[in-house]
Design a protein around this ligand. Structure first.
Ligand code: FPP
Length: 272
């Protein structure tokens, strides 16, 4: 099965551990304000939480971790805060890449990089190249990313490569051009900070993703919060449009891989 199977075209393989976790890291500003600190102190502590999330995901056998670091809409923030966020991003790229490499982490950065200065883009490309052959965990940082931007850029790229599709094209024609075509769709989405919305994150890829919202502010996110989200994921029944009976039948005929059970088989929930 190709890595980027579309959940609306085929039933993806699922296990008791999510293969792909996508996170909106929210609450940095409130974490800092609560402590009478400037908002940027929250972003700085947020970087520590990123380190912990990468480590914890690796330890749990999660193959893809995707983090929403800077949205297309974050340019609307005060100039100083935007500048600090971009500096933190550059610092992470410069200082953490060797560690990522040593731990088998492949780094990818997706988003509209055209608004970033040339130095930052060069750091991004170098960091990606240095870790390109790593296979334990793929860490994707979404930077100047927006879900609608992604669908639009994919459509433009597809039409540039295959102009004959201008009159008619299918989902299967489009998906290879999405910016995360190298990854399976997320199994588990986590948003910290108490808000319950998608905020123009991976709007196409989240079609059948299990959603988990927590009040925990991002700087306080740790392995315990991750385990809470995974435990919640394990209680879900992933039906991908089918009935519970079909899911149970499918889990009877599908031999689980050693050490893993289908999420549906682990589930006790049978309602909608
Ligand atoms: C949301 O908190 C967080 C962000 C907009 C940025 C997240 C950035 C980091 C964790 C640091 C850099 C990360 C990497 C991967 C280099 P918020 O400011 O919206 O918090 P609030 O809702 O409490 O105001």
């Amino acid at each position: 099965m190709p890595v980027n199977t579309s959940s609306t075209l085929a039933i993806p393989e699922t296990g008791s551990t999510p293969r792909h976790v996508a996170i909106i890291m929210d609450g940095n500003g409130r974490w800092a304000t609560k402590r009478y600190l400037p908002r940027v102190a929250g972003h700085s502590r947020g970087v520590d939480a990123v380190r912990e999330a990468v480590r914890s995901c690796g330890e749990r056998g999660i193959e893809y971790l995707t983090l929403f670091a800077f949205s297309s809409e974050n340019w609307r923030r005060p100039e100083e805060e935007v500048s600090v966020l971009l500096q933190l991003f550059a610092m992470v790229l410069e200082q953490e890449v060797a560690k990522l490499n040593a731990n088998g982490v492949r780094l990818k950065v997706v988003g509209d990089l055209s608004r970033f200065d040339a130095k930052l883009v060069s750091l991004i490309r170098k960091a990606e190249a240095k870790t390109a052959d790593k296979t334990k965990l793929t860490l994707t940082i979404c930077a100047n990313y927006g879900g609608r931007w992604d669908v639009m850029q994919a459509t433009h790229a597809m039409l540039a490569a295959q102009p004959h599709l201008a009159t008619s094209f299918t989902e299967a024609d489009l998906t290879p051009y999405l910016s995360m075509a190298y990854a399976p769709e997320p199994d588990l989405f986590i948003r910290t900070g108490g808000e319950q919305r998608i905020s123009n994150f991976l709007i196409w890829q989240l079609a059948y993703t299990e959603l988990f919202f927590t009040e925990t502010y991002w700087p306080d996110f740790d392995h315990r919060t991750l385990d809470e989200a995974i435990a919640s994921y394990r209680r879900r029944e992933r039906r991908f449009g089918r009935t519970s009976e079909q899911v149970r039948e499918a889990s009877r005929v599908t031999e689980p891989a050693p050490g893993s059970v289908p999420a549906a088989a682990a589930s006790t929930r049978v309602d909608a």
